[in-house]
Design a protein around this ligand. Structure first.
Ligand SMILES: Cc1cc2nc3c(=O)[nH]c(=O)nc-3n(C[C@H](O)[C@H](O)[C@H](O)COP(=O)(O)OP(=O)(O)OC[C@H]3O[C@@H](n4cnc5c(N)ncnc54)[C@H](O)[C@@H]3O)c2cc1C
Length: 380
């Protein structure tokens, strides 16, 4: 067993952190306040090999694998989770194209994203069904050589800035629920697509989130990803990867909370002594550090297993669940340790407190992970 990163991974880690510090650290507050999405940063990140690095070189990536992508997500999230998300999720939905798409689709859709020229979105959640993936209603009906799509999607990251979306649709309503779905690639500028940015998010406000309506949207049947009727299983497998990356975001944010808190408790004096000299403070820092270290183990192992060709969806669910819990826990302690200063925007901890909560919600709320893990435990 080897717990060491390779030299390449160490370099990637260092480069991602330095990129985040140089390119978006100064803009964090402004982008949070103004809900500002910065395409320039994503493009520059792509030029530095940070977008789609998980993909093999033939599709524009650098073959860094999911562990490499987790390292990038962690380092970017240490500086800002919103900007980091814009870079990490620029390829969202493409996991399915890479896994199940035709060679032609892979060559057409993946390299432009890695070059920073395009952005994708994964459009799955609907206004009336999120966690219940089998409850989606968007319908794609065959007509000649096309599919005609009708329905609505909700909370779609990159929704108004993407060039194309991978959309979960019902194509085979006559089949049992889990065999009735398919993933279909839809160009964002297709006739009948309406996209509206959602404003007023609690955190990750530098990211773009939208609701999308599809009204008689026509796309060629060649835009189907993989086999018709396999969409549900494809989406569930996509979570194997994306949940690990959410866990990695959580490591980054939690680390930022811990490092900032350590610095603060050394400087702040209470009752005539440094705040850090009190055992209660030490306990808080210790609990944060232990959780972060344990989370690292889960995330890196889950990522490594994917790269080994042995994805473990239970471990991915654990990484996501524990990631969300750890980030919320650490952000909460960071605010507490900063006292009143933690509640105002002089320090970044109030923002991290707001950002952290999304890690317990997107890619399925923690209840979805509990269902996955609970089922597996009892089936053993
Ligand atoms: C900022 C942001 C970005 C997002 N990006 C994307 C994206 O790019 N693409 C996309 O498709 N979706 C995206 N989502 C959607 C996200 O994945 C869903 O919001 C999430 O899966 C929950 O679905 P829901 O909101 O419909 O909640 P619901 O499914 O209505 O659930 C509501 C709450 O009920 C509880 N719950 C659910 N199921 C159970 C259960 N079985 N037992 C007990 N309690 C339960 C949970 O606490 C849950 O939070 C995003 C959401 C946000 C907020």
């Amino acid at each position: 067993m080897d717990f060491e990163f390779t030299e390449e991974q160490k370099m990637l880690k260092d480069m991602a952190y330095r990129f985040a510090q140089a390119e978006f650290a100064p803009l964090v507050k402004e982008c949070d306040e103004k809900e500002k999405y910065m395409p320039e940063i994503r493009k520059k990140a792509a030029q530095n090999g940070l977008v789609g690095a998980w993909l093999p070189e033939e599709y524009g990536g650098s073959g860094a694998g999911i562990l490499g992508n987790a390292i990038i997500a962690e380092e970017l999230s240490k500086v800002d989770m919103g900007q980091g998300l814009n870079i990490i999720i620029a390829t969202f939905g493409c996991e399915a194209i890479y896994q199940y798409g035709s060679e032609e689709q892979k060559k057409q859709y993946l390299p432009p994203i890695c070059r920073g020229e395009q952005v994708s979105a994964g459009a799955f959640t609907e206004p009336n069904a999120g966690t219940d993936v089998a409850g989606y209603k968007t319908r794609a009906v065959k007509d000649g050589d096309d599919y005609v799509i009708n329905g609505n999607k909700m909370f779609i990251t990159n929704g108004t800035v993407c060039d194309f979306m991978v959309v979960q649709c019902i194509t085979n309503p006559e089949e049992k629920k889990h065999n009735s779905f398919s993933l279909i690639i839809v160009p964002a500028d297709a006739k009948g697509v309406t996209r509206n940015k959602i404003h007023g998010k609690m955190g990750i406000r530098a990211s773009n989130t939208a609701e999308i309506a599809f009204e008689d949207v026509r796309v060629p049947q060649t835009n189907l990803v993989g086999k018709e009727g396999n969409g549900f299983r494809q989406l569930v497998h996509l979570f194997d990867t994306t949940r690990v990356i959410v866990g990695a975001q959580a490591i980054g944010l939690s680390e930022a909370c811990l490092e900032t808190s350590i610095k603060y408790v050394k400087e702040r004096t209470v009752f005539g002594a440094p705040l850090g000299s009190f055992q209660i403070t030490q306990m808080k820092l210790t609990e944060m550090a232990i959780k972060i270290e344990a989370l690292r183990g889960l995330v890196y192992k889950a990522a490594w297993l994917i790269d080994e060709g042995r994805p473990d969806y239970t471990l991915a669910a654990m990484a996501k669940f524990f990631g969300g819990e750890t980030a919320v826990f650490c952000a909460n302690y960071a605010v507490e340790l900063h006292g009143g200063y933690g509640y105002i925007d002089e320090y970044p901890v109030q923002k991290w407190y707001r950002d952290a909560k999304i890690l317990e919600l997107y890619e399925g709320p923690k209840e979805a992970e509990i269902m996955t893990i609970g089922r597996v435990l009892q089936a053993r």
